[in-house]
Design a protein around this ligand. Sequence first.
Ligand code: ZN
Length: 353
Amino acid sequence: MEAFALIRRNEAKIIDLPSPKLSDPYNAILTPVAISVCTSDVNTVYGSGSKKPDNLILGHEAVARIVKVGEKVKDFKEGDVVVVPSMTPNFHDKDIQDGNFLHAGANFSANTLGRSTPGVFAREFEVADADLNLAILPEGVSLGDGLMCTDMATTGFTGAETVNFGDTVVVLGIGGVGLMAICGAALRGAGKIIAVGSRGVSIPLAYEYGASEVISYKDNNVTEYVLKATKGKGADVVIIAGGNDKSFSDAIDMVRYGVGKVVNLKLFTGDGSMEIPKFSSGRGMSGKTVYMELGKGGRVRMERLLSMVKHKRFTPEKLITHTFEGFENVEQALELMRDKGNTVIKTMILTGW
Ligand code: ZN
C-alpha cells in the first residue's frame, strides 16, 4: 500500500509498505478520507529527537472510513466514517483508574500514532481500542471540522480548561493550537484575551475566535505589556502555544501570584532546560501553577468536541488555509508546514480514497 514514511532523519516520502493486519480483536483498520500534517510531523522528520524506526509511517490527524473491525468491537462497522483522535489512550492499563489517560502504562502511551506505531498517512492504518477511541463524524459536521478536532481543537481546549469566568488570559502563539486555545478560553467565559503572534493569516481569525487584542512579539515586550494591562498583577492564565524557549519563563513572569496558571502546550525541542525565573516564581513560593499538557484524546472527548461543532459553538475548519486533492500531495503539505509562511495555518488533504 502507499504510505508516507520517515525513511531516515530529514527524509520522508511515499513508499510501498505492507498493509496492516488486525493485531487485536478490539482494534480496527481504517482508510483515511481526509488528513492534515502537523507541526509535530515536521519535528519527527526534521527535528533533533531520538532516532525513529526506519520507514515509520507518519501522521496522526485523520477522518477515516472503517475497513475492518475486530470481533470484540461493538459500536462500529465497516463503512463508518469516523474522527480519529491524535491521542489514543491505552484504556486497558490500570493507570487509567488513576485518571492517567495519556501516560497509562508508559510515558506518552496515548501518543503513538505516527510516533511509535504506524501513523495515519497510509492507504490503511490500525487504531487500538476502536470502541474507546473512535467517534462517528456526525451528520452536518464537515470533514474539515472533524479533522481539526483530532488535534488542534482538543489540544487548544486542553489549554483553556483551567479558565474561569472573567479571567484575563494570555495565549502565546496564534497557530492552529493557539487559535483553538483562544476559542476555548472565550467559550469558557474568559474576560480579556490577549493573543500574541504575528502570522498574517492568523490575526483576523484570532479576533474571530475571541481575542480582545492581538499583539506582536516583535513590537512588544510581552511580559511588560501584560503586567501593564493587568495593573501589575499578571494574567490569570497564560497558555503557551508558540514562541521560543524563553516563552516558558516569560509565562511565569506574566502570570498572577497565588492563583495564576501557566498551561504549556508547546513542544520544547532539543536538550537543556526550560527555566523558571527565581524572582517571578517568588523564589519558588509564588503559588503559581504550571501544567505541562498534551491534548486530550479518546472517544468521549471527540464526541464532546463534535457536539460543540454540530451545535455551532465553534467552527474549527476555518484553520484550514490549504486544501489538496490526492494523497500524493502529502509531501507538499509537509513542506508547507515546515516553511509556515504568513499564509499557512493548517492543510487538509482529501486522499481520494
Ligand atoms: Zn499534531
